[in-house]
Ligand binder design. Structure first.
Ligand code: S3P
Length: 442
């Protein structure tokens, strides 16, 4: 990140229009680099997200022996093979990225190497105990800052001990950390998932040739991975990130007269909860040309400005839209009536406490809302502009910065984000894309 804070204020002086694409999916981009780095031979990736979080993963995989380079628009990864990761000679700087940290801890847990993880102020507050617990059971050892936080040094065990693990929190990162540790562990590593979370790791591990099965009993998923695995290099195309598409999508819903298309958006059912919830609130969103790209469902989204009505969002939607709640809170600010969103305790341990930070941001902009331990109730304007007129802190959280920037598009007085630099972690072209749709910087 550059040295000086970068304030941002957006406005819309008329309807948003046009067709845009959003950058590649962050979750899939991380996994493409990690699995490519563990396959023997060359993996080629189109559409990789070139955000700071993913570049932190690339740097870490290089530090452990993989060759990763960009030629033209494609990324090429020469892997070291499962079991072949080398001892990194420097601390692994994870920046703002929880996904890089937790998934890499999984990979290292079953390699005979020692690694130190460091990160920014936001990442250094986030709990790592949720991955330290299962990976310790597999034999890895850890020395972490108080509360199981970064900076953290770990040593893997090879061969590690296979684990049968029931997830205590609905977390794709914890699931993926255990599965990635299982790659270099003899025998069967089993993750039991009482509540389904994003399934990119399962799809991609199978695509790279790992012996992985998923059994469903009632709502519970039982994922079994057989180690030690041999991964085959792949040609991958990363779909557009639905979590990034959420920002222009809600922008078009709230700015009167808008009519936009967001092309090539990932529609994996474990990620697509926001579209369903917004449709239930009255949003005019058409899912156009559903298709499959690289083993993932993809579609174009045609979105028109819509009157929205507050609803009680089913708490069981949470895992399929966990990163989209900040922007859903913004949509709720323009709905008629109250929108009640519960079951969101995980939002408190993201890049910031997203319930507290959004509640404070919305209130500062004149939107009444009530914070709950596990969620937020927002009373909307019924489509009128929000009062605005505040400078709001983003707390080093890219999704807070983008959500509050979208809020400002339809506000009577400017909404200024104190520092927009964190947006580069997941969506480097966000402001340019909003300008292409017709928004202006104030
Ligand atoms: C991610 C999982 C989610 C999500 C994060 C990316 C992943 O985190 O919030 O942005 O790629 O596995 P949790 O596992 O903490 O829910």
């Amino acid at each position: 990140m550059n040295d000086a804070p970068l304030p941002l204020s957006l406005t819309a002086n008329g309807p948003l229009s046009g067709t845009v694409t959003v950058p590649g999916d962050k979750s899939i981009s991380h996994r493409s680099l990690m699995l490519g780095a563990l396959a023997v031979g060359e993996t080629v990736i189109d559409g990789l997200l070139e955000g700071e979080d993913v570049l932190a993963t690339a740097a870490a995989m290089r530090a452990m022996g993989a060759q990763i380079e960009k030629r033209g628009s494609r990324w090429h990864v020469h892997g070291v093979g499962v079991g072949g990761l080398l001892q990194p000679q420097v601390a692994l700087d994870m920046g703002n990225s929880g996904t890089s940290t937790r998934l890499l801890m999984g990979l290292i847990a079953s390699h005979p190497i020692t690694a130190t993880f460091v990160g920014d102020a936001s990442l250094s507050k986030r709990p790592m105990g949720r991955v330290i617990d299962p990976l310790s059971q597999m034999g890895a050892s850890f020395s972490a800052a108080p509360g199981g936080r970064l900076p953290l040094t770990m040593t893997g065990l090879c061969p590690a001990v296979p684990l049968r693990y029931t997830l205590p929190v609905a977390s794709a990162q914890v699931k993926s950390a255990v599965l990635l540790a299982g790659l270099n562990t003899p025998g069967h590593t089993v993750v039991i998932e009482p509540v389904a979370t994003r399934d990119h790791s399962e799809r991609m591990l199978a695509g790279f040739g790992a012996d992985l099965t998923v059994e469903t009993q009632g709502g519970t998923r039982i994922i079994t991975l057989k180690g030690e695995a041999e991964l085959r290099p792949q040609a991958l195309t990363v779909p557009g990130d639905p979590s990034s598409a959420a920002f222009p999508l809600v922008a078009a819903l709230i700015v009167p007269g808008s009519d936009i298309t967001i092309a090539n958006v990932g529609m994996n059912p474990t990620r697509a909860g926001l579209v369903k919830v917004l449709q239930a609130m009255g949003a005019d969103i058409s899912v156009v040309q559903p298709r499959s790209v690289g083993g993932e469902p993809v579609a174009d989204l045609h979105v028109r400005h819509s009157p929205l009505t507050g609803i009680e969002v089913p708490p069981d939607s949470a895992p399929s839209m966990i990163d989209e709640y900040p922007i859903l809170f913004v949509a709720a600010a323009f709905a008629s009536g109250r929108t009640v969103m519960r079951g969101l305790e995980e939002l408190r341990v993201k890049e910031s406490d997203r319930i507290a930070v959004m509640a404070a941001g919305l209130q500062a902009c004149g939107i009444p809302c009530t914070e709950h331990a596990d969620g937020l109730t927002v009373a909307g304007t019924g489509g009128d502009p929000v009062p605005g007129g505040a400078t709001v802190p983003a707390h080093l959280d890219h999704r807070i910065a983008m959500s509050l920037a979208v809020l400002g598009l339809h506000a009577r007085a400017p909404v200024t984000i104190d520092d927009a630099r964190p947006i580069a972690t997941s969506f480097p072209g966000f402001v340019a894309m909003m300008q292409a749709l017709g928004a202006d910087r104030r």
